[in-house]
Design a protein around this ligand. Structure first.
Ligand SMILES: Cc1cc2nc3c(=O)[nH]c(=O)nc-3n(C[C@H](O)[C@H](O)[C@H](O)COP(=O)(O)OP(=O)(O)OC[C@H]3O[C@@H](n4cnc5c(N)ncnc54)[C@H](O)[C@@H]3O)c2cc1C
Length: 646
């Protein structure tokens, strides 16, 4: 099987090399700032060589020409076995460090006790020595630096080898599980004691044990850091802390603008920007409004509201039949405020009003009761204080994205737990509608381990198409699987995650293919590039799938509509060869003070233990590259600028 795969990889490798070399002729080298907005002007390759960006060496000072920066495309080995291409950007010391770190990650004892050991290390060695030790090992491998200045050499060096950056400020409080649970429970419970009884009459299903459990906090799962891969977790403290988080994200956006000349992205998490209870309530409203849609129209909301050409007229007819329309000004007004176009309904509510006009949540999420015609809330009533907090959260989002638009920096909104995610995704879509009119600034994230992801992506693609804005998406498998499954089982609601790994992969491929087909269709029809997708995965098969489908559909690397994403310090054998062969590739680049990224490093160590086969391959390639340098006498020399000294 392995041989068959290698053969097929080799065939693909040849095809892609030919494809890329053909395409590179007459095109500018593709590392341009705002690829999704406007097609790259066709220029002669020689112009690209003359105007190549200054590439900075590890010390951040010396210019180092690389194959990427001089506009040369390397052939892509689709078995991702090319050690030289994978580690070309690395000094010999960095290769040794990577080997050491991956070896340490294979030790059960070290991984299980890593947090304790790091704390002990700090005590015994003292702060300075501990910091140096971390920088020589885990921190140096997975984190780019402490601040904006520190990370510059890493970013510029990666870029000179064809890999761009997504900056992710990863500092977090090291709080105990008890403290985390306390904070979570305090911030996820409404101050309005009982649910509004009016809501019960509109949507009895909303008060079923399943619905109540899914979108409400539970102490057992209140520490959201449990069993999570890599992501940083925010716990709500107060509104002032959220303002501080806004400052952090703004500084991150400035850093992208300054250090990457806007070629990079900033990554943010919505749970940092407001009381999580609001995200829970909004997620619940979305579930309730889908049920209301089905109840009134008889159509399945799961089957995509937008695709069924459900028009407001269906609602009008149903209300007439129920005798609640005539002379009922409130119901008529509600019908007028729906979001729709000539094709039909887009949303039951004016989400744009929420983002743009500070409409109160209590006022927005009301629907006509089919029996009485009275407008009744779909949302559990919010207190004036909670309404103000909701307003603050939306203001913060607008502050971040208008700064991003002004500085021309793209921002990825990370996906989080499934009980927050409907709200996060919906708000992100409205931010896209507002800020992605001219180019893609806002990117959403879709977790393909969720059963509903394909439908959601189709819905969002439709909305973007019909409301005429750029659609930006990052596709991931999902980082919270164990937590999601355990919560669903313990609380007795349906597991939101696909039943098997194969089902998740099938969902990933189907969703990606849907995006690619629409990209192709748009390219053929209007030659526009208004859909951009990041294939964020460490899975080589997934990357190969994306490349093969791109090739089949005639979507080239130079179209700059598909890019790839991996984490810093992981799977360089995927990122760097892709970058050096002309594809758009990004690394998630965590940064922050050593002390404050220890929880992140701890989770990295744990995740690495879970993917030992991948680590084994990476270690094998590191050894291959070391041997190659040794044999060629290149361990400590810089032959014609290809390598930097140790
Ligand atoms: C650049 C980047 C950005 C990311 N951003 C986010 C983000 O915003 N939000 C987020 O949640 N995650 C994010 N992730 C993490 C991502 O979701 C995955 O956890 C991680 O990348 C592993 O998936 P894979 O495709 O790389 O590897 P693989 O090893 O192929 O896949 C592992 C993943 O498959 C899924 N899986 C495993 N077993 C099963 C099973 N039995 N049934 C169903 N599914 C299963 C799980 O999602 C698991 O994490 C990001 C990852 C990268 C590289």
């Amino acid at each position: 099987m392995y041989t068959a795969m290698n053969r097929s990889c080799a065939r693909w490798s040849r095809v892609l090399f030919l494809h890329n070399s053909r395409l590179s002729v007459g095109k500018q080298f593709p590392f341009e700032t705002r690829s999704l907005a406007s097609p790259p002007p066709p220029t002669n390759l020689s112009v690209g060589i003359n105007k190549r960006p200054t590439d900075i060496s590890e010390d951040g000072k010396t210019a180092v020409p690389s194959s990427a920066s001089i506009g040369r495309r390397d052939p892509l080995d689709l078995s991702f076995d090319n050690a030289e291409a994978a580690f070309r950007s690395k000094t010999t010391l960095q290769i040794l460090r990577a080997y050491l770190v991956f070896t340490l990650c294979s030790s059960n004892y070290l991984v299980e006790n890593n947090m304790k050991l790091m704390k002990l290390g700090k005590k015994v060695l003292g702060k300075r020595l501990f910091k140096s030790l971390m920088k020589a090992t885990f921190y140096g491998q997975f984190v780019a630096g402490e601040n904006q200045q520190d990370i510059m050499p890493t970013i510029q060096r990666m870029r000179s080898f064809g890999v761009k950056s997504i900056l992710d400020y990863s500092a977090e409080e090291d709080i105990s599980a008890e403290e985390a649970a306390e904070k979570e429970m305090a911030s996820c419970v409404s101050t309005t004691v009982a649910p509004d009884p009016a809501a019960i009459s509109v949507d009895p299903a909303a008060n079923s044990p399943e619905a109540v459990k899914r979108y409400h906090a539970h102490r057992e799962f209140a520490d959201r850091r449990q069993n999570v891969n890599s992501a940083r977790t925010y716990f709500y403290l107060n509104e002032a802390q959220c303002e501080k988080n806004v400052d952090i994200f703004l500084r991150c956006i400035e850093a992208v603008s300054g250090t990457t000349q806007s070629t990079g992205f900033a990554a943010i998490k919505m749970t940092a920007l407001g009381r999580p209870q609001l995200l829970l309530q909004l997620s619940e409203v979305i579930a309730r409004s889908r049920r209301y849609f089905t109840e009134v129209t008889g159509l399945s909301a799961d089957n995509n509201i937008l695709q069924q050409n459900a028009s407001p007229a269906i609602f009008e007819k149903r209300f007439e039949k129920a005798d609640i329309l005539t002379d009922n000004v409130a119901v008529q007004k509600w019908l007028q405020q729906m979001t729709y176009d000539q094709k039909g309904l887009i949303h039951l509510f004016s989400w744009s009003g929420l983002i743009d006009a500070n409409i109160l949540l209590n006022d927005l999420f009301k629907v006509p009761n089919l029996q009485t015609g009275r407008m009744e809330p779909l949302i559990t009533a919010l207190s004036p204080e909670e309404e103000e907090m909701a307003c603050n959260m939306l203001r913060r989002l607008n502050t971040i994205f208008s700064a991003a638009r002004d500085l021309d920096v793209r921002v990825m909104v990370d996906a989080e737990q499934s009980y927050f995610q409907p709200a996060i995704s919906r708000l992100t879509m409205e931010l896209m509608r507002k800020y992605n009119k001219e180019k893609a600034i806002v990117f959403n994230t879709y977790q393909c381990y969720l059963k509903e992801t394909y439908n959601n992506v189709v819905l969002d693609l439709e909305q973007a198409n019909r409301q005429n804005f750029y659609f930006g998406a990052k596709l991931v498998r999902g980082a919270y699987m164990e937590q999601e499954r355990a919560r669903a089982l313990a609380l007795g609601y349906e597991d939101p995650v696909n039943p098997t790994y194969e089902a998740t992969t099938a969902m990933y491929e189907k969703t990606l293919l849907e995006c690619l087909m629409r990209i192709k269709e748009m390219k053929t029809r209007t030659n526009e590039r208004r859909i951009g997708v990041m294939v964020a995965s460490h899975n080589e098969d997934t990357v190969r799938f994306a490349l093969r489908k791109m090739e089949e559909l005639g979507i080239s690397a130079q179209d700059k509509v598909i890019c790839f994403g991996q984490l810093l310090g992981m799977c360089d054998q995927i990122s760097f060869p892709l970058g050096q062969s002309g594809y758009s590739v990004y690394k998630y680049v965590p940064y922050g003070p050593v002390d404050e990224v220890l929880p992140y490093l701890s989770r990295r160590a744990q995740e690495n233990r879970g993917i030992l086969t991948k680590i084994k391959k990476e270690k094998r390639l590191l050894v291959t590259e070391l041997k190659r340098r040794l044999v060629k006498g290149q361990l400590f020399t810089t032959p014609k600028g290809e390598y930097v000294p140790i």
